[in-house]
Design a protein around this ligand. Structure first.
Ligand code: ADP
Ligand code: MG
Length: 246
């Protein structure tokens, strides 16, 4: 069943008289339980696509259906409610609030959704246990490593039990070893049935997800299998031929 459906979505920015087509007629379905990556070079439109899929931004043209609800002309307030209840976000720079401790950071989405104090604390602790950080609940973000901060951000993304989690370059600010641990955590969440969208410019990271969507210049790229198309041979024309010894 599609959890998010977008149809013919374009996003056009106007900057100093110039028109920038950040997304150009994109249609895409994401199904319940999928683990999918959106991959493409810097500036190709990945974040714009994620912001639209995640109701952080609205398209210039086209439609979005999230969890069976058509989102048309939703007010900022309606979009905020939709995000709070249905969507979790993880960002490259963690976006934790420095003056709050770990537990309070994880509790934040529940404050916006009106959960009682006692239940907030209990659910935040459960989310911290899921990312193996229950023993750091009283720390400030600055007292944690980058990988730990990202795990707190993941706990915060999960605490309202969202239908879908979006992660925009979640390992982009981590060393490769720590990045791998974060990817393992997403993989584990996926096997538990979470729907997860990973946004990355790195093919090695995209390789961890069963489905990949490649985006180029605001469009979903049609993948050509070079070998099947015979293009691998064409690519070699002009290269020096190997010397064959008889
Ligand atoms: P990516 O995440 O793949 O690096 P983005 O989605 O951030 O790419 O950007 C896609 C294109 O849209 C880029 O050319 C970028 O400069 C442009 N863009 C993104 N946000 C804005 C904005 N708020 N105003 C104008 N142009 C923007
Ligand atoms: Mg981006």
């Amino acid at each position: 069943m599609p959890l998010v459906e977008i149809r013919n979505v374009s996003k056009i920015y106007h900057l100093g008289g110039e028109e920038i087509r950040a997304l150009d007629d994109v249609s895409l379905d994401i199904n319940v339980g999928e683990f999918i990556s959106i991959i493409g070079p810097s500036g190709s439109g990945k974040s714009t696509l994620m912001h639209i899929l995640g109701c952080l931004d609205s398209p210039s043209k086209g439609t979005i259906k999230l969890d069976g609800v058509m989102i048309e002309d939703a007010s900022q307030r309606q979009l905020a409610t939709m995000r709070n209840q249905k969507i979790g976000f993880v960002f490259q720079f963690f976006n934790l609030l420095p003056k709050l401790n770990v537990l309070q950071n994880v509790e934040l989405p529940m404050i916006y959704s009106g959960v009682s104090g006692k239940e907030r604390r209990a659910r935040a602790m459960t989310a911290l246990e899921a990312v193996d950080l229950a023993n750091r609940s009283k720390h400030r973000p600055s007292q944690l490593s980058g990988g730990q901060q990202q795990r707190v951000a993941i706990a915060r993304a999960l605490v309202n039990n969202p239908r879908i989690v979006f992660a925009d370059e979640p390992t982009g600010n981590l060393d490769s070893h720590t990045g791998e641990a974060i990817l393992s955590l997403f993989r584990k969440l996926s096997t538990e049935g979470r729907t997860i969208v990973l946004v990355t410019h790195d093919p090695e990271i995209a390789a961890v997800t069963p489905r990949r969507i490649e985006i180029r210049d605001g469009k979903i790229a049609v993948k050509v299998d070079l070998t099947l198309a015979g293009l691998d041979r064409q690519a070699k024309i002009g290269e020096p031929q190997p010397q064959v010894k008889l």
